[in-house]
Design a binder for this molecule. Structure first.
Ligand SMILES: NC(=O)C1=CN([C@@H]2O[C@H](COP(=O)(O)OP(=O)(O)OC[C@H]3O[C@@H](n4cnc5c(N)ncnc54)[C@H](OP(=O)(O)O)[C@@H]3O)[C@@H](O)[C@H]2O)C=CC1
Ligand SMILES: N[C@@H](CC=O)C(=O)O
Length: 376
């Protein structure tokens, strides 16, 4: 039986769903001669780790207990160390994470899975790639910080997978990599890559109230932990940057102009998430609904579009015909059209659910399994 050891950073909506998929796929993986061994799990302040990571793993009962504790809103640190596992907090937890990478990276192998929404994981990830570890990311921040960090993270292409950073479980990154690897130059990609904004735009277009639709998107697990990351366009901009860098552009976030659906006065430096949801959002209803009415009176809809062509990368709201491919999008669906030499006039089109914990975690799990040939 091949063992793939996993260390999970982040056990929010996506991370917990991943743990549940790992447990529920046990017999499927066993038939494939595989076992995923989760040796440790981190949240923002703590690290729960198997006592002897080279021989032990967190058992399924512990993984389910982690999910229960985290979905109740508590910290991992409320779990007690036992004979089988230990809990570390704050600085000690980072040290223990790196010790685990050092011990397993070049022996049994270890996959670091980043399901956080934090930039704080970048320091650890850039170190563990040099310790022989693989990385799988749902978190977009590590790939959208400095070019130096980006180059470091992708320096061992066979050791990194990040399908869920763009389009959740959709095969966007895989498709682009396959086209590029075959020497087929990609000239242009255009799409709608925010599940949240897609959902908001189609629901508001159907007459629902903007503020209520945003809250529903949060409950459905489509938004970032702070929905302003979606509404301000920053989440789509990160996806655009990941695609642009993959296609060879050496640009940064500040090279991409972003259009926001909320004003600076409602920024995260001025209002908490709770305050924004309760008091900021409703103030935006009137303006946004007027914008939608104007588009509708022209027979059009509004969509948040991402376009990459050569070295130019743009994101923003566009008024589009209702019956265009982007105009027909419903709910949290994403769509990406890829134009290359082989797909010159009729693009390769990838479409489907582009957000949600289940599909995202499934994408992360598929990425982990895709690394199996690197494990003894
Ligand atoms: N939901 C979706 O549809 C999709 C999400 N993604 C990405 O998946 C990621 C996770 O999203 P989601 O699960 O909704 O986010 P949540 O906010 O639900 O969970 C984030 C988790 O990360 C933990 N965390 C925060 N900082 C750190 C850190 N420094 N080290 C380790 N863990 C940390 C948090 O800990 P604590 O509980 O202590 O706060 C929490 O457990 C995001 O990057 C998102 O962009 C990607 C594609 C689709
Ligand atoms: N918040 C994101 C989740 C996936 O990346 C979105 O709405 O698309």
């Amino acid at each position: 039986m091949k063992s793939i050891r996993v260390l999970l950073m982040g056990c929010g909506g996506v991370g917990r769903q991943l743990l549940q998929h790992v447990v529920s796929c046990r017999s499927l993986h066993a038939k494939q001669g595989l076992r995923l061994r989760v040796v440790g799990v981190c949240d923002s302040k703590s690290f729960l780790v198997a006592s002897d990571v080279s021989k032990m793993e967190l058992d399924d009962a512990s993984l389910m207990e982690i999910c229960r504790v985290k979905s109740s809103g508590s910290s991992l640190s409320t779990l007690n160390s036992s004979g089988d596992s230990q809990i570390f907090t704050n600085m000690e937890s980072t040290r223990k994470v790196l010790d685990t990478a050092t011990l397993l990276g070049r022996s049994t192998g270890l996959v670091f899975v980043d399901c956080s929404a934090s930039s704080e994981t970048i320091g650890v990830l850039t170190q563990v790639v040099d310790l022989g570890c693989c990385i799988v990311l749902a978190n977009k921040k590590p790939l959208t910080s400095s070019l130096e960090d980006y180059e470091k993270l992708v320096s061992h292409p066979r050791h990194i997978r990040h399908e869920s950073t763009v389009g959740a479980g959709l095969p966007v990154i895989t498709s682009l990599n396959r086209i590029l690897a075959s020497g087929d130059p990609i000239h242009r990609t255009i799409g709608s890559l925010s599940g949240t904004l897609g959902y908001v735009m189609s629901e508001v277009g159907d007459g629902k109230q903007f503020s209520e639709v945003v809250k529903a998107a949060k409950c459905l697990g489509y938004t970032e932990p702070d929905p302003r990351d979606d509404l301000g366009g920053m989440d789509v901009t990160r996806k655009a940057l990941i695609l642009a860098r993959l296609l060879g552009s050496r640009i940064n976030l500040d090279n991409i102009k972003v259009e926001s659906l909320y004003p600076d006065e409602m920024g995260s430096d001025r209002m908490s998430v709770e305050d924004f949801l309760a008091n900021g959002l409703p103030l935006l209803n009137k303006d946004i609904e007027t914008r939608f009415r104007v588009a509708s009176s022209n027979g059009n809809v509004l969509r948040y579009v991402c376009m990459i062509e050569g070295s130019s990368c743009q994101v923003g709201i566009k008024e589009l015909p209702k019956d265009s491919p982007l105009g027909r999008l419903r709910g949290s669906d994403n769509v990406l059209e890829i134009y290359s030499r082989c797909y010159r006039d009729l693009p390769l089109v990838i479409q489907g659910a582009g957000a949600g914990n289940d599909t995202t975690a499934a994408g992360v799990l598929a990425d982990i399994l895709d690394l199996q040939d690197l494990f003894p």
